[in-house]
Design a protein around this ligand. Structure first.
Ligand SMILES: Cc1cc2nc3c(=O)[nH]c(=O)nc-3n(C[C@H](O)[C@H](O)[C@H](O)COP(=O)(O)OP(=O)(O)OC[C@H]3O[C@@H](n4cnc5c(N)ncnc54)[C@H](O)[C@@H]3O)c2cc1C
Length: 475
């Protein structure tokens, strides 16, 4: 039974044509389904620079999606404009009765979708949104008292108690692919230049794009999933999945990943599943507590007047803090648009509790540079490190960057990969090179202050200042 003669499916952060809930529902309820992707000027114009790996990643992924839809007998209409204008206009041009898409929980996306829904409704058209990017969203997981969870462990317990084959099942597209329609006009694909962007180094990075890239990464990770728990904290080791950008843009199905982890045996799959649950957890935090997008989740911490200095922020961004683990991590994000999770925690803690800078400055830097930038996960991660978040690192627990370095990069393999100036520094000094005697510095070709900076702050002293800042607000 089809409800509509024609409808339109609008791809956003779900750039795949299989196991796509919204596309599945569009095909199930329409005789003909047109497909569109909009390079939204509102998003593109707000990006910090005109060379942005994300635009390139999306363009390549859209190109693959278009080929795949064509192979199924359909087409992808690709537009460049304000989505809020383009979608109602295209719906009118195609004469569709409904627009289908997948839910997006970010505040700006919710506002956009509400505006599009109003514009469509004023012309007698419907909008249907499906859950696709999370396993459980909004208020699907609530406490026994009926409120949202703010602590992860009980949320995870409730998530695991609720999940079953139903929630992890795929939404196939192939079965009704003959309903994919071609528009009665010619369509093209923009170029990076026509979108107003310049090429980045994305192609030189080991970041495969599109659905095929996600499949390749996941196939590789599945063979390593059993070791995830023991390997995931060591940035020099290939221990994690590297799938975050694919989770961000939906070039993979989260149900597919969660199903593999849920059905897997042992601690590796269970630990990886927990990471996917963190993703849902932060989505629902922002959904229920939108104030956290701009301020502290625990509002009392908005009162902290962060005394950090601008030149220290510049040193952090520019990988010149003098703490090798921090600097190597900051070079990793600049060079690749990705940073290992352990290092995200270390550099975030360092910015807030060693440099005493407002966590939002670091959050913004990550938002500008991460290929996998996701408002909920990034905000959650920063507020965790800053101790301002819902289920955060306690305020009195402050990472020591040297100890973290010794523990998670014992031979300095990661550090040396990104800081070649420390290549010859002996292992015992690589975590704190300023402790190297002058003769050793000469021998290693790494004179502190000349070849590598002295530490910009003293960790022990800054730790005391950070504790005092928190104590003052708590008092
Ligand atoms: C300060 C800070 C900022 C962060 N910013 C982001 C961000 O903008 N986007 C982002 O996707 N992740 C963010 N994370 C979470 C995490 O660091 C990355 O998801 C992870 O490093 C990505 O690598 P991976 O795909 O190999 O992860 P894996 O270890 O293989 O994990 C699998 C997937 O689980 C999800 N995931 C893992 N950890 C988390 C987490 N803590 N919160 C939410 N989802 C998680 C991701 O989708 C990831 O792809 C941040 C963490 C911190 C501490």
């Amino acid at each position: 039974m089809t409800a509509y003669d024609r409808s339109l499916f609008w791809f956003r952060r779900d750039l795949r044509d299989d196991d796509n809930a919204g596309l599945h529902y569009a095909l199930a309820s329409s005789r003909q389904v047109f497909c569109v992707f909009v390079f939204d000027r509102e998003i593109l114009d707000a990006l910090p620079g005109r060379a942005d790996r994300r635009v390139e990643f999306v363009l390549e992924s859209v190109a693959e999606l278009r080929e795949s839809l064509r192979a199924r007998g359909g087409e992808l209409i690709v537009l460049h404009g304000r989505a809020g204008d383009e979608i109602p206009a295209l719906a009118a041009r195609l004469g569709v009765a409904a627009v289908f898409a997948n839910e997006d929980y970010e505040p700006a996306a919710r506002a956009r979708d509400a505006a599009v829904e109003r514009a469509l409704a004023s012309a007698g058209r419907r909008q249907h949104l499906a859950k696709d990017q999370a396993i459980f969203a909004r208020d699907e997981i609530l406490t026994q008292a009926g409120g949202p969870f703010v602590v992860f462990t009980p949320y995870r317990r409730a998530w695991l108690a609720k999940v079953d084959d139903y929630y992890l099942k795929a939404y196939p597209v192939a079965k009704r692919a003959e309903r994919l329609a071609k528009p009665p006009f010619a369509t093209g694909l923009p170029t990076l230049a026509s979108l107003g962007f310049e090429p980045t180094n994305l192609r030189a990075l080991p970041v495969p794009t599109g659905m095929s890239g996600a499949r390749r990464l996941f196939a590789d990770f599945r063979s390593r999933m059993a070791d995830y728990r023991t390997a995931r904290d060591f940035p020099a080791t290939k221990g994690v999945s590297y799938l975050s950008v694919h989770n961000r843009f939906g070039t993979t199905s989260i149900r597919d990943l969660a199903r593999a982890a849920w059905k897997g045996k042992g601690e590796g799959p269970a630990t990886w599943l927990s990471e996917l649950v963190w993703r849902d957890f932060y989505f629902q935090i922002l959904w229920h507590h939108p104030h956290a997008a701009t301020g502290a989740f625990r509002r009392e911490y908005d009162a902290i007047a962060w005394p950090g200095r601008d030149e220290h922020f510049e040193a952090w961004c520019g990988a010149r803090t003098g703490y090798p683990i921090v600097d190597a991590a900051m070079r990793q994000i600049a060079a690749t648009g990705w940073m290992h999770n352990r290092l995200r925690m270390v550099v975030a803690s360092f910015l807030v509790k060693d440099l005493l800078l407002d966590w939002r400055r670091g959050e913004k830097y990550f938002a500008d540079h991460l290929l996998d930038f996701d408002l909920s996960a990034n905000n959650g991660g920063w507020q965790w490190a800053a101790s301002t978040g819902c289920d955060a690192q306690p305020w009195f627990r402050i990472f020591n960057p040297v100890t973290q370095s010794e523990r998670f990069d014992p031979q300095g393999r990661f550090i040396r990969r990104y800081l070649p100036e420390l290549a010859k520094v002996p292992d015992r000094f690589v975590h704190a090179p300023w402790t190297m005697p002058p003769l050793e510095q000469q021998a290693a070709g790494c004179v502190i202050g000349r070849d590598y900076p002295a530490p910009v702050v003293d960790h022990a002293a800054q730790r005391e200042r950070a504790l005092a800042l928190f104590k003052a607000v708590r008092a």
